[in-house]
Design a protein around this ligand. Structure first.
Ligand code: MG
Length: 162
């Protein structure tokens, strides 16, 4: 395997938001009147991050590895998907060098928990927090995100050999 060359991966995930749902994004619990709907906890940020990392590693995507149809994943903490992803990455003698995360949502307000999300992502994907960036944006009233009906996360991951 050509393990010495860097590998880039992209992950995108969208979840609908619903009043009264618990709200976890980037592995951090937010106190918010809406939360993402999902088969698991609906954490679009961790799902997009897993997909970016899996893509860079040349592995199957999160939907294939952790199927929505599997009752085992119902209500599951998405941190477990990250740990499973990192098991596969470590098996391939790869490591995550950096993560760049964009979260688009009207709610919750992300800024106060940005650093907490960076630290949580760093812990889950086994890299220093200064190599994780988290940017929050609103949807500018455009599409489902702008209307507050959904949140979207986009993540780019860089991996290299160990
Ligand atoms: Mg998802």
């Amino acid at each position: 395997m050509m393990n010495d060359l860097p590998r880039i991966g992209l992950g995108i995930d969208v979840h609908r938001l619903q009043p009264g749902r618990p709200c976890t994004l980037g592995g951090i619990a937010f106190d918010c009147e809406v939360g993402p709907i999902g088969h698991s906890d609906g954490d679009a940020v961790l799902h997009a991050a897993c997909d970016a990392v899996l893509g860079a590693a040349g592995l199957d995507d999160i939907g294939t590895l952790f199927s929505d149809d599997d009752p085992m994943h119902e209500g599951r903490d998405s941190a477990e998907f990250c740990r499973e992803t990192m098991r596969l990455v470590n098996d391939r003698k790869l490591r995550v060098c950096s993560l760049d995360v964009v979260i688009e949502t009207e709610l919750p307000k992300l800024k106060p928990r940005r650093q907490a999300m960076r630290e949580r992502l760093a812990e889950l994907f086994e890299l220093p927090a200064d190599r994780v960036n988290v940017k929050g944006k609103t949807g500018e009233k455009v599409d489902a995100v702008g209307r507050g009906e959904a949140c979207r996360a986009t993540v780019v991951a860089l991996l290299a050999g160990r």
